[in-house]
Write a protein that binds this ligand. Sequence first.
Ligand SMILES: *Cc1c(COP(=O)(O)O)cnc(C)c1O
Length: 378
Amino acid sequence: MNAAQCRALARAGAVLAIDLTAIAGNYRRLCQAAGSRCTVAAVVKADAYGLGAGPVAQCLWQAGCKHFFVATLDEAIALRGDLPDPAIYVLNGPPAAGAEEFAGHRLVPVINDFDQLSAAAKMTRHTPIALHIDTGMNRLGFAPAEVPALIDALRGQPGRMRVDLVISHLAAAEQPSHPINRDQRERFGLIVARLRTLMPDLSTSFANSSGLFLGPDFFGDIARAGAALYGINPVPGRPNPMRPVVRFTGRIQQLRFVDRPMTVGYGARFRLAGAAIIATVPVGYADGLFRSLSNRGRAVIQDLSVPIVGRVSMDSVMLDVTALPRDAVAVGTAVDFLGPDHGLDQLADEAGTIGYEVLTGLGRRVPRVYLHTGGGAP
Ligand SMILES: *Cc1c(COP(=O)(O)O)cnc(C)c1O
């Protein structure tokens, strides 16, 4: 742990170390997977999945990333100020109020429906747009049945809107054998071919992180990778090809020496059978340690795994450290909730969720420390 991490840990009781070198390495790893015909764009929505859009995007820019996707207009405007001249795509498209801001900030709206198309026709005369076709998510985008009307609408706008890109999103890319992958690819291929009769130079964007491991048919010209950049395993059930990025550490604030059977925490739900040592760490569900980890999750002290006992509370959590060597625990001892011996996917599993939710749930009050660890590609 470096000096900045130690200071933050001593002051706040917890610290989130974010390894920018690992993020850059993961970007290069994904570029290798994408090959020479596909560009990898970075998805930095939701504050780069909770890790800090500014520092993360700057690090990716230096690693050669020139295309970025965010969800909202405000995320895009903030990102515009962080980088020299990236292409920024806004997945939610133009909001009912605010469409006129796209041109001013040189943002590319992803158009999901006819209302957004009308807004774009009025507001973004000189900026390109992207189209979103829904090939199987039933979430956002034009339904396949709407494509003929979409083509008519675009034809009726001569010389006004420049369509740069058409995107679609895979519903189950992390399950390579799921038949919906093939269905979506076929549907997208047919629709792209029809759109290209009108716009021969149209580029495509299809794969998310996991899609980059499904083979080149799933890539498109621009892949949209988020999760894998931040260390989430894009190929669940197989070894994670990505480098871990996040370390979430707390420090023991107090040790309680219990000498008889008693309960621990809110609701008195966990009963100690006898004498025990309980360590309290000032990290709770307000910091992203989900309450569903109560009596279930684990943490790591000097590479030894210890159980969370009792309910996770808003600002603290209790660990049973009875089994640890006495000299391994003291007030001030560091405890990893996420780290080399307890990864993102493992914590997510214990909490009954996915790494995406763990990352985006990390509390705002936990200080972020950015590391440059050196070393090249993974
Ligand atoms: C969030 C998102 C992505 C990124 O997906 P990952 O699985 O994190 O790589 C790509 N495309 C769309 C439309 C998204 O909403």
